[in-house]
Design a protein around this ligand. Structure first.
Ligand SMILES: [Fe+2]
Length: 345
């Protein structure tokens, strides 16, 4: 049975939540989810939650900045109970805007989710992990040719590095993690080195970068692993051909580990259905929800022992950077300005 009432990125979707609030009998249990995730399989998680608790999930899907603006403008009358977004930078921003409330200290979210994947003050929690790795053209670069993010600035890669622009939060978070590790002056020098190695001006999304590496426009790029899995699992032979030409290098295995980001969420500040919101967030840490929630976007579950997508698993195990997402969230603005100064635009 399909129960959720969401629709993508439209005013109509908001209307559905409002009308749900107005028209549903108070005896009928429901919660309103605002989510920046946009994967069809997430519906199975909402259905699983309903089957377990009898609580319906009404949801709105929109990009993080749209959701943030919407909840801000709704103010104390916001129907949002749970806000989910992707990237620690966006979670931190949502918290800074005062749109989350603290999850009570007795919630099992604090024990289920590793410390580095949640806000130290309990405002937001990570439910899936994504790794931002170096991807290489297999016929031009051997996996042993490059070992660290820092090496992308090496002059031997002149004209070989392709990236997306500094306006993208994924790269802002990665650069934030490098500022945390190496300091701002050293990271700025690194960013200038990377810019000097650009094969072309930054453009496109992660999938664009992977396609251009496969086509030999550049040898190396930065991308989240799930984009390569998507291509490998595509029904289109041309996508699978692209994926077969591109390899994954997990950077910084000899030191701090590969940069990890999260998708996650928290209870909305003025949640009308607060108890249901807590139950829903806790449900996201069950093995059944973890497998679907991570699997729907070929991400890594935050719960140990939950099976990963097979193609994702085939990239191998690796050491993760344990830096808390809050730190690169806080450094987001510094990272963006640094990238712009370096010409990463
Ligand atoms: Fe993404």
């Amino acid at each position: 049975m399909f129960l959720a009432s969401g629709a993508a990125m439209t005013a109509v979707a908001v209307h559905q939540v409002w009308s749900a609030r107005d028209s549903l009998a108070q005896s009928e249990k429901f919660l309103n989810l605002y989510t920046a995730r946009h994967y069809d399989a997430d519906n199975q998680v909402y259905e699983g939650f309903f089957n377990k608790t009898g609580i319906k999930v009404n949801f709105v899907e929109a990009p993080a900045d749209v959701l943030i603006e919407r909840v801000k403008s709704e103010g104390v009358n916001s129907p949002a109970d749970v806000i989910i977004t992707v990237d620690g930078g966006n979670l931190w921003r949502t918290q800074q805007e005062g749109l989350f409330q603290k999850v009570p200290a007795n919630s099992r979210l604090y024990t289920a989710i590793p410390e580095n994947l949640r806000d130290p003050d309990g405002y937001w929690f990570g439910f899936t992990k994504r790794a931002r790795v170096i991807m290489h053209n297999k016929s031009r670069v051997k996996p042993t040719d490059i070992a660290r993010y820092e090496d992308l600035a090496d002059t031997k890669w002149r004209g070989k590095v392709i990236v997306r622009s500094s306006s993208n939060v994924y790269n802002q978070s990665l650069v934030g993690s490098m500022i945390a590790a190496n300091g701002e002056p050293q990271t700025e020098a690194w960013a200038k080195g990377v810019v000097a190695n650009f094969a072309r001006k930054p453009e496109g999304n992660d999938t664009t970068q992977i396609k251009e590496v496969a086509a030999g426009i550049g040898d190396l790029t930065l991308a989240n692993t799930y984009y390569l899995v998507r291509l490998a699992r595509s029904s289109k032979p041309e996508d699978r051909d692209i994926a077969s030409k591109v390899g994954v290098i997990f950077p910084n295995q000899g030191d701090r580990g590969t940069h990890i980001n999260i998708s996650g969420g928290g209870i909305a500040r003025y949640a009308p259905n607060r108890e249901a919101a807590i139950q829903f967030l806790e449900y996201l840490t069950t093995p059944e929800a973890q497998q679907i929630f991570a699997g729907s976007n070929y991400e890594y579950p935050v719960l140990q022992g939950v099976p990963k997508d097979e193609v994702l698993a085939s990239f191998g195990d690796f050491k993760e950077d344990s830096l808390n997402a809050k730190i690169f969230g806080e450094l987001n603005d510094t990272a963006l300005k640094l990238m712009d100064r370096a010409g990463w635009t």
